[in-house]
Design a protein around this ligand. Structure first.
Ligand SMILES: [Zn+2]
Length: 670
């Protein structure tokens, strides 16, 4: 039966609200009870698996059953953990955050259970996908120290607990930091009154600027006084330096000891063993291979910035770190001047979302159909049914929660709420949610988006399609449950569509006169302005990736400040002019991206490789789109991720596409 028709019968006609199997209405006190029930039920099923007598044990009733229990558990918990990001009622939202903690600690308990590990160890898979499931599940146990002698497992568990408390302290220090820098009004010349109003005033009428990122960004972008920017830079780069430098160095030493106990030479080798990159030497080869094009582009841009600085001060000889954003902004205004507000007036949220769905829909052979009468957690939220264009079959559902709201998660994200997989002879329809933070409609005017907002929408739609197009039979291998360093490839791949002039033109339409498309000249300046700064910003990404690898690929204690300095010099060709400790405010390295920061660049380079094919054969080439769907988006983690990528590309990935992206000549192939 056609999914859309069946839905209309289920909801529209009878005026019953519809939900795709996701409970999203909670009253206070409900979540802790439901979370406990989900955990008890999972525990009971896991005990059953562990207690199967050896003679009755099979791959199906053990490994596949384990996957099924764990996916049931995550499907039960995900709507509640999502509540912790988006729910309007603060009390319920806090319970959602509690559900997240209990979810994480339950996973920890499960993957350190010796009985489950022993039950699964040595089970024989019947086909390659089963083998992949087995490998991925066992890897998770192995990484927790199972399979080592009993004492060692306990030692490792203790060290991991200590590590996570160091990470918690570090992040707590950052979140509760209240450093300020004081400026006179003269020192802040160049900053608009509406931005100045965001700063506190002191008794003597000065400005007391709290050092959070938005405030810091304002000073760095607009303050004309170089010395004011320098003071802000030094203060910002030394936040929590005393406490957090110690904590991160302790964490790095502890990680090294854990890795040694686990039989790895360094923490990076331990972390990378189950990543797409596989080992340190692959990551270092990759980072070194992009060093040259990035440094070429960085130097080219820094030269231009020096010219801008000389036009302000003819004696200037150096562009300092605190000058980069300020001078880039002036350069962009001079060279590509366009009015951001005018630009946004051509991109009201509703038309953009339709444009994104149309573009992706044609490319991947799907339709996004808005579900009326959907049960949602806020009137801002819409639910879409995603169907196959070829046969109308319902593939899954997508919630979109676009606008900024008090208490809501402040970034953009896509989350998997229900996991696609086979269950009781049917395919469970995946459910994804996009969380945005676009401005709210106001005074009868719709929310208006910038091109980088449109890029964000494509990015999160990429994650969502990775979830919804899944054909994996097992939850563990479904959707975006891929290697950590491959997760951002399907999302970053779609970013290029946001910068395609034809697509932008097509989705544009003035909010108060939809037939009026964006003028060609405006479109051209927006697109060319995008390119400046890529060298500088990607060089910074490279530097952070290298710092992370140097910190975590050492067998001896690391002086994090010295390594930061020498890596800065390695990438930018000159040392830092002042003493700073940015490693004290680098939460990635104390929250899951340790020996993993390279993943951003790694996924981006592969995304660009995929984009290159579309640039060659057409950004709206449907044959290629379906191939991308079949080779990567529908596959989840059912095969080695590099194999998936190479199947689509028809060759090994390389860095040529990055050269193109940076506007550099591709080096002769050797
Ligand atoms: Zn992402």
């Amino acid at each position: 039966m056609n999914g859309t028709t069946s839905f209309a019968a289920a909801s529209g006609i009878n005026n019953i609200t519809f939900d795709p199997g996701v409970k999203m209405n909670y009253s206070s006190g409900e979540i802790p009870v439901l979370a406990k029930e989900a955990q008890d039920s999972a525990n009971a099923s896991l005990n059953t698996i562990a207690n199967i007598p050896p003679e009755y044990r099979t791959f199906e009733n053990t490994v596949i059953a384990f996957d099924s229990v764990m996916t049931d558990y995550s499907d039960a918990m995900s709507p509640m953990t999502l509540v912790g990001d988006i729910f309007p009622d603060p009390e319920v939202l806090a319970e959602g955050l509690g559900a997240k903690d209990s979810y994480n600690s339950f996973l920890n308990d499960v993957y350190t259970r010796e009985d489950l590990y022993n039950a699964m160890k040595g089970q024989t898979a019947g086909n390659p996908v089963e083998q992949r499931l087995y490998d991925v599940v066992m890897e998770e146990f192995d990484k927790n120290g199972l399979g080592l002698s009993g004492d060692k497992t306990a030692v490792i568990r203790d060290m991991k607990t200590n590590l996570s408390s160091l990470e918690t302290k570090y992040n707590y220090n950052i979140n509760s930091d209240d450093s300020v820098v004081e400026f006179t009004k003269e020192e802040l010349a160049g900053i608009s009154q509406s931005d100045l109003n965001k700063f506190d005033r002191t008794a003597d009428k000065n400005y007391s600027v709290k050092l959070n990122y938005p405030n810091y960004a304002i000073v760095m972008k607009y303050a004309d006084d170089e010395n004011a920017r320098k003071r802000a830079y030094i203060a910002y780069s030394n936040i929590e330096a005393d406490k957090n430098t110690k904590l991160i160095e302790e964490a790095i030493s502890l990680r090294t000891r854990i890795a040694e106990e686990m039989g790895y030479s360094t923490w990076a080798e331990y972390v990378l063993s189950d990543r797409m990159a596989k080992n340190v030497s692959n990551v270092m080869d990759f980072l070194n291979s992009i060093k040259e094009p990035l440094s070429e582009k960085n130097d080219e841009e820094m030269k231009k910035l020096l010219e801008v600085k000389k036009s302000i001060d003819s004696n200037a000889t150096t562009v300092f770190p605190w000058d980069k954003v300020y001078l880039s902004n002036i350069l962009k205004e001079n060279e590509y001047s366009y009015d951001e507000e005018k630009l946004k007036s051509y991109f009201p949220y509703g038309s953009v979302l339709n444009g994104v769905f149309d573009t992706c829909g044609k490319l991947f052979g799907v339709n996004f159909i808005k579900v009326e009468n959907a049960s949602v957690w806020s009137p801002d939220v819409s639910l879409y049914e995603v169907t196959n264009s070829s046969d109308g079959k319902v593939l899954g559902y997508l919630y979109v929660d676009p606008y900024v709201r008090d208490g809501k998660y402040t970034g953009a994200a896509a989350e998997m709420v229900i996991t696609g997989r086979e269950k009781n002879g049917e395919y469970v329809k995946p459910v994804a949610v996009i969380i945005g933070n676009f401005e709210k409609p106001q005074n009868g005017r719709p929310s208006l988006l910038s091109v980088s907002d449109i890029e964000t929408l494509f990015h999160e739609t990429g994650h969502s399609l990775h979830i919804i197009l899944s054909k994996s039979p097992y939850g563990t291998l479904s959707g975006y449950n891929v290697d950590f360093d491959f997760t951002e490839t399907p999302s970053q791949t779609l970013e290029e569509w946001a910068w395609d002039p034809e697509i932008l033109e097509l989705m544009s339409g003035k909010y108060d006169k939809p037939s009026e498309k964006i003028p060609d000249s405006l479109l051209k300046s927006v697109i060319s302005a995008r390119d400046f700064g890529k060298g500088i910003s990607y060089s910074s990404q490279l530097m952070y990736s290298l710092v992370d690898m140097y910190y975590h690929n050492s067998t001896v204690p690391v002086n994090t400040t010295n390594v930061w300095n020498s890596t800065y010099e390695e990438v930018f060709g000159e040392g830092l002019p002042v003493l700073i400790h940015p490693q004290a405010t680098f939460p990635h390295l104390m929250g899951g991206y340790d020996a993993g920061y390279y993943g951003y660049l790694w996924s981006k380079v592969y995304a660009l490789d995929i984009d290159e094919k579309f640039k060659e054969y057409g950004m709206t080439n449907e044959t290629l789109g379906l191939k991308l769907r079949d080779d990567i988006y529908s596959k989840g983690n059912t095969e080695d991720n590099m194999v998936l990528l190479e199947n689509f590309l028809g060759e090994k990935p390389g860095v040529d596409a990055l050269y193109d992206y940076l506007g550099l000549n591709t080096p002769d192939e050797t």
